[in-house]
Write a protein that binds this ligand. Sequence first.
Ligand code: ZN
Ligand code: ZN
Length: 320
Amino acid sequence: VNFSVQILGSNSASFAYGRHHTSQVVNHNDNLYLVDCGEGTQIRMAKFKIRHSRINHIFISHLHGDHYLGLMGLLSTMHLQGRKHDLHVFGPSGLEDIITLQLKLSDSVLNYQIHFHAIMPEQEGVIFEDPQLEVEAICMEHRVPCHGFIFREKPKKRRLMRNKIEGEVSGELIFMLKQGQDVVTQDGRIIESSLVTEDPGAQRTYVYCADTRYTETHLSKFKEADLLYHEATFLSDMAERAGETYHSTAADAATLASKAQVKNLMIGHFSSRYKTLELFLAEARQHFPKTVLALEGETFQIGSASPALVVEHVSQDVSH
Ligand SMILES: [Zn+2]
Ligand SMILES: [Zn+2]
């Protein structure tokens, strides 16, 4: 099952040096989840050939503009292009008011239904689940209510090896075999689950930490995550400013990754004061070697063993 994240934008506050506002697409088993939707997100989606008709769930971390100002444009385009199927939007409680007011004042009625799922300021816990995946909201420490999201695979069933099964076996018994139970068939044969099914692989976890100052509150939840995305707005020379503005440094992100023993770290949400990003990587890797930059356009596999997570490289100039 594919589990990956593609970066659409990874800059904070304002556009700079070809870097765009925060947005990313999590792909789990070909279900696409949009996480944050900074201004220009729909244009970035077009550039990277992501069809917005495939997005059915949008998660907004907080109501700072660099994380949601692209939402109204995207919703409008979905309407204009004939979307009919429902859309689920998870975000801070004021978000529904903002969208509803804009629609009302432009006398617009969308062709499709939006289901708003308000996340209250102190709310934590699972906010979405389907048979394969759940999304848990966690509180960040930021100037306004802000949530991070943990995308966690549910326990998987064992995979059936059809060619190892002889004779008639009912659907009910197949179900039990996939659960790891041995069964007895109607004609009295014993089938051992371990002989006809194989290990489904580990449950994988992706953690998205939106804007936050350094905090170890959720350390136990991040333990051994396959991939932790953490904001790194500043370098350490601006640590004081990071604290004042409720943001983190590259060293903060990497220290947290190290303490949580995550498998890989990706840093993003870079301040526009920095022209290039090499120093972010260097600073983070001093504390946590398996760090990569959230470079726009790139897709990272979740659960890949290697620190070189990149599976797709869309050429982009981050050095000008
Ligand atoms: Zn931000
Ligand atoms: Zn913010």
